[in-house]
Ligand binder design. Structure first.
Ligand code: HPA
Length: 276
């Protein structure tokens, strides 16, 4: 029996296929201030989220809200320029719907990126980090609700959500491109308020190296579907709880844009060398 979710996935995927005859294999999610990677895609077609049935549309400045399909470094990709977050009022299921549509379109690998606050005291704003593991501190999960067993298991494994082969690939590409790449644990909070000093101390105590408001729901949904996942975080501010300067969204976007050329160079290299 076809589940309601699968029906909506297929409907959205079919709407994209009707607009753009292209089969992507790699899904790329571009985080806050990191959308310029899409400029390097040899675009076959782009579809605004508002024109895809059941797709949630972003309400945040810095998140464009369109799906770009085409070739990046010779690989067939579908890039999400902008994403939605729990703090916008969407449910976790709505937040991950685009990932499921990208899977329905043919993507079996996900490269997800975000802007995050740095908790690791050794690091600096402007650093890039490959995510080795995550902590879901959002109090919800996109898999809550009925499970469609044809999509994935009721109780999916999360022992290694980030493919170790892809982590190693990222680190090798960083060396080749002479880009400093940190590695660490990403913790997701709901937001939209930034963390208090006490919360940041707690999150660091959890063993997290970076904190942000996205990514974890998408990764859980992708793993549920059996996709391979790589995660990259752009450290846009040091969230140590001791900074003299409060964090602002403008500052997050400014630092993201500043490190964007380095991010683009690293991702292009990774995609070029990635086996799909
Ligand atoms: N906290 C949470 N989310 C963020 C931050 C932060 O400091 N910076 C960018 N996204």
């Amino acid at each position: 029996m076809t589940s309601e979710l699968r029906r909506r996935m297929e409907e959205a995927a079919e709407a994209v296929r009707r607009r753009v005859a292209f089969e992507p294999k790699l899904a790329v999610v571009l985080g806050s201030g990191l959308g310029a990677l899409a400029d390097h895609i040899e675009t076959v077609g782009a579809v605004p989220y508002a024109e895809i049935p059941h797709f949630p549309t972003s309400t945040v400045p810095g998140h464009a809200g369109r799906l770009v399909l085409g070739w990046l470094e010779g690989k067939p990709v579908a890039a999400m320029q902008g994403r939605v977050h729990l703090y916008e009022g969407y449910t976790a299921q709505e937040v991950v719907f685009p990932i499921r549509v990208l899977f329905a379109l043919g993507c079996r690998t996900l490269l997800v990126s975000n802007a995050a606050g740095g908790l690791n005291r050794e690091w600096r704003a402007g650093d890039l980090m490959v995510i080795t593991d995550h902590i879901n501190f959002q109090g919800t999960n996109p898999l809550v609700g009925p499970n469609d067993d044809s999509l994935g298991p009721r109780f999916p494994d999360m022992s290694r959500p980030y493919d170790p082969v892809l982590v190693e690939l990222a680190e090798r590409c960083a060396v080749e491109e002479r880009v400093v790449l940190r590695r660490g644990v990403y913790v997701a909070v709901v937001g939209p308020s930034y963390e208090t000093a006490a919360e940041l101390r707690m999150l660091r105590g959890f063993g997290a190296d970076a904190v942000g408001m996205s990514t974890v729901p998408e990764v859980i949904a992708a793993r549920h579907l059996g996709m391979r996942v790589m995660g990259l975080a752009a450290i846009t501010d040091m969230a140590t709880g001791e900074a003299a300067q409060p964090v602002t969204h403008e500052e997050v976007l400014r630092v993201a844009r500043e490190l964007e050329p380095r991010f683009v160079r690293l991702v292009r290299r990774i995609v070029r060398e990635m086996e799909l």
